[in-house]
Design a protein around this ligand. Structure first.
Ligand SMILES: Nc1ncnc2c1ncn2[C@@H]1O[C@H](COP(=O)(O)OP(=O)(O)OP(=O)(O)O)[C@@H](O)[C@H]1O
Ligand SMILES: [Mg+2]
Length: 288
């Protein structure tokens, strides 16, 4: 028997590939030629001063905004023109800068609503008792993950701001997404809720790519391996957290322009990981 050659290493799978993404609002270019590759399993932070275009970039990926230029590929499939509901069923989940739970529904029903919206067979999801029970069980598990099992029967409107953010996270996770877009998930959270958030995000499966917009630098340092700095819609730098934050232009641009009191992490994040070298937008010319 002839020895078979070792199989060639499979190329790293890419969860999200953004190429030349541009979004204009009148004369303002909110997102300006952004390119970004997130491998499967990425833990990537997107930082930058207020108005840098971070939320707009998440909107473009989720599909609630359409780019004027550029493309978005998700797990190798072009979704640039795919409707947001379809993108979410394909596995792109998000949480918003402001909590979005329906206040009059119970906490559990909010998660069930999200589970139903993502269900591949939405009309059939409730017809069979077994399916319904499975959905309820999964929703309950996600609530337990974020520490809200004890308030599952309460109206979402009765929760604290931090609890509603955690509820949004449970709703985003209930359909087992492959890409998770989080817009400032730690904003307004108590220290205890931040710890809970870090626990939940730290325990996510490796097949989920996380793109995290966050001003809380402790959260960035704890969760992100790589980071992109966005300033006036453009990528200033992108790469391993530690290296990017050592760049003088990042320190000055971010610190000078940021309107929060946060300072960038000293570079003690998870570091390295699957990241490539630091790419400076003005050097590479690719905007990555
Ligand atoms: N729908 C819109 N119409 C017009 N201008 C918009 C719209 N959405 C965003 N903008 C503008 O685009 C720019 C980028 O906004 P965006 O919300 O993406 O910034 P951000 O980085 O998320 O800021 P923040 O840290 O304050 O959340 C801002 O100047 C904003 O005013
Ligand atoms: Mg924003």
């Amino acid at each position: 028997m002839t020895p078979s050659a070792a199989p060639a290493a499979a190329p790293a799978a890419t969860a999200l590939e953004l190429t030349g993404l541009t979004r204009r609002f009148g004369s303002l270019t909110a997102v300006d030629g952004v390119g970004l590759d997130l491998p499967v399993g990425a833990r990537h932070a997107l930082i930058g001063p207020n108005g840098a275009g971070k939320t707009t970039l998440l909107n473009l990926i989720a599909g609630t905004e359409r780019p004027d230029e550029g493309t978005i590929a998700f797990l190798g499939r072009d979704v640039t023109r795919t409707a947001p509901a379809r993108r979410s069923r394909l596995g792109i989940a998000r949480s918003f800068q402001q909590p979005t739970a329906v206040p009059d529904l119970t906490v559990l029903d909010n998660v069930l609503l999200a589970a139903w919206q993502h269900h591949p067979d939405r009309r059939g999801a409730w017809r069979r008792t077994a399916r319904r029970e499975r959905l309820v069980a999964t929703a309950g598990e996600r609530l337990a993950d974020v520490g809200l099992a004890g308030v599952a029967d309460r109206p979402a409107g009765s929760l604290s701001h931090g609890q509603r953010r955690l509820l949004d996270l449970a709703a985003a996770l209930v359909a087992r997404p492959r890409a998770l877009l989080l817009d400032e998930p730690a904003a307004g959270l108590t220290d205890r809720d931040v710890v809970r958030l870090l626990d939940v995000l730290g325990a996510l499966d490796d097949d989920i790519a996380v793109l995290l917009v966050e001003h809380n630098t402790e959260v960035v340092a704890r969760l992100a391996r790589t980071v992109t700095v966005l300033v006036t819609g453009r990528v200033l730098a992108s790469g391993p957290v530690r290296e990017v934050f050592e760049l003088p232009e990042v320190r000055s641009a971010y610190l000078d322009a940021a309107t929060t009191s946060d300072t960038p992490p000293a570079g003690d994040g998870a570091g390295g990981g699957a990241a490539q070298g630091v790419a400076k937008a003005h050097d590479s010319g690719t905007g990555r």
